[in-house]
Design a protein around this ligand. Sequence first.
Ligand SMILES: [Cu+2]
Length: 177
Amino acid sequence: MNSKWFVAAVTGVALSACGPAQILGADDAIVKLSPIEGNPSAGYLTLRGGSEDTQLVEISSKQAERIELHETIKENGLSKMQSLENVDVPAGENVAFEPGGKHLMIWGVNKGAAQKGEIKLLVKFANGEIFRIPAKIEHMGTSQSMHDGMDHGEMDHGKNDNDNEAMTSDTGEQTTE
Ligand SMILES: [Cu+2]
């Protein structure tokens, strides 16, 4: 009997230590672009805790001027924002950044990124791991059809490149018939 219990206990430990459970990372990033130039945009994502406790220490982007970690808190019935130095990410747990709670404040989103509808974020953890993840940019108060129009614009670019190549060969000495 005793030995049976012992085996069960050891197996349990092995599973929690080496199981496929959770790998540190960040998912589902989204940026709600402020329609007012100069105002910060809000960002949300989910941090995925890994096999050990760590902390989120910074989120940055080459496509934005500044990104801060914020939290909306209630104080005396009023909600206000405070900035966070870092955020605990316990092993195996998800930490959500969502409206009304933790969030990103993003200043100066690059216009090209805004048009493309995507911004790359660098997510840095205290254990030294850095993840580069895409965040979908949502334009507040614009319709989905506007996004579709922009995608078509990008495709036209590729077509123009091919046209240029054809023109170059036309100017050469060999003539095509
Ligand atoms: Cu804020």
